[in-house]
Ligand binder design. Structure first.
Ligand SMILES: Cc1ncc(COP(=O)(O)O)c(C=O)c1O
Length: 409
């Protein structure tokens, strides 16, 4: 009996559990339920004529007929992950990359950044994305304009700037501001710009930006998609075939493709993504309320709190009680020493530079995600000396709060 798992009407949770039909194909006696990891660098074909055709397929693979030639140009494990993510995001296809930064780099090139072009980007981006724009794209002759795209003037800013590319994050890092996806994509469309969004913090479980008009969706799959802190990867999902072909071409040329083993790990992580995201969200909401009333805490940045200026936007975009697992907060003692003291006193939450793992993680943006920015630039974004980012894990929430409490005390 054929056991395909690619029925398009199945819900997202089912898609993530079963993966793509490429994983299993026709079942025969003894066929594995889990896709093997293909370590091969190169692939054989019936004859040289077939090899010649296969080369064409690597640049524009046909649905159901993937042709593999050389692992850097695509491999079955990456392809299967890409198929699931394309379906999950509602795109025409996806490409898996060796890291989130490699994915962002290729996405910006595919979106059309070239000498003489212009990008309008949110000023609150992840620090390395800002560095990519400044250190790689500016020297190439690309005009980079960074603006507060989280405010009501975002659409006007885009209309006035007339950029070729617009780049935002669904939730900003680390202050978790919420982007108005519909307004941004509409303004980008009006001026003929390609719209790109980093949806790492939200994942397709919370929001699907292509449904809100975006052209390219980027993920650091190292975070929630993988979810277990043991793999580094990136994804780009495209709403358009032309952009997808360009992305694939850049991935091959830059050598930025994801390896078969990492592809396997990310896809295994996806199986539990909905369960983990639900728990991340509910734990984060409780922890945000707890921190908000704590005597040692000045302010909590989390869109799930009713007092957050973008609470209504977040609720309409993500749904009630689905505000993500990441928050940041400011200590009353606004100093680096106080922040380090607090972080070193934690016993359960790990002080490590990532987010989206099963365990809770704290980081100090000034020495990690926003290290490359000057103090003045961090202040301009709103990152104070007492600012701590917390990726709320899926542990027992009482234990997380107990740990935070003893360290804050
Ligand atoms: C929002 C966001 N985008 C992209 C990245 C880069 O991803 P990677 O570390 O997988 O290259 C990160 C890393 O922290 C991130 O937080």
């Amino acid at each position: 009996m054929k056991q395909s798992s690619n029925h398009t009407s199945w819900a997202l949770d089912t898609l993530f559990v079963h993966g793509s039909k490429l994983d299993r194909g026709e079942s025969t006696t003894g066929s594995p339920t889990v896709q093997p990891i293909y370590t091969s660098t190169t692939y054989l074909h019936q004859n040289t004529e077939a090899l010649d055709r296969a080369f064409d397929h690597t640049t524009s693979p046909k649905e159901g007929e993937p042709a593999y030639v050389y692992a850097r140009q695509g491999n079955p494990n990456a392809h299967s992950l890409e198929t699931v993510m394309a379906q999950a995001e509602g795109g025409v296809g996806a490409i898996a990359f060796g890291s989130g930064m490699a994915a962002i780099h290729a996405a910006l090139l595919a979106a059309g950044l070239a000498p003489g072009s212009k990008i309008v980007a949110a000023k609150d981006l992840y620090g390395s994305t800002i560095s990519l724009l400044r250190k790689v794209f500016v020297p190439l002759g690309i005009e980079v304009v960074m603006h507060d795209l989280y405010g009501p003037d975002a659409a006007n800013t885009i209309r006035e700037a007339q950029p070729d590319v617009v780049y935002v994050e669904t939730l900003s890092n680390p202050l978790v501001k919420v982007i108005d996806l519909d307004a941004i994509s509409a303004a980008a469309q009006e001026v003929g710009a390609v719209s790109v969004v980093d949806s790492t913090f939200t994942t397709p479980y919370l929001v699907r930006p292509i449904e809100h008009g975006f052209d390219l969706v980027v993920h650091s799959a190292t975070k929630y998609l993988g979810g277990h802190g043991d793999s580094t990867a990136g994804m780009v999902i495209s709403a358009k075939n032309s952009l997808l072909n360009s992305l694939r071409s850049y991935a091959m040329i830059l050598g930025a493709m994801l390896s078969p083993f990492e592809s396997h790990l990310i896809k295994r992580g996806l199986q539990t993504l909905p369960l983990r995201m639900e728990r991340h969200c509910s734990n984060a909401l409780q922890v945000a309320h707890f921190l908000q009333q704590h005597a040692a805490v000045e302010r909590v940045h989390y869109a799930g709190l009713p007092g957050h200026p973008q609470h209504a936007l977040a609720t309409s975009l993500l749904g009630p009680a689905r505000y993500g697992g990441l928050l940041s907060f400011e200590l009353k003692a606004q100093s680096r020493e106080a922040a380090f003291y607090f972080m070193d006193k934690l016993q359960l939450c790990l002080s490590a530079t990532t987010l989206g793992d099963a365990w809770s993680l704290v980081s100090y943006p000034a020495i990690s995600s926003h290290r490359d920015l000057s103090e003045a630039e961090r202040k301009h974004i709103g990152i104070t000396d007492g600012c701590i980012r917390l990726s709320v894990g899926i542990e027992n929430v009482e234990d997380i709060m107990k740990d935070l409490d003893q360290a804050l005390g």
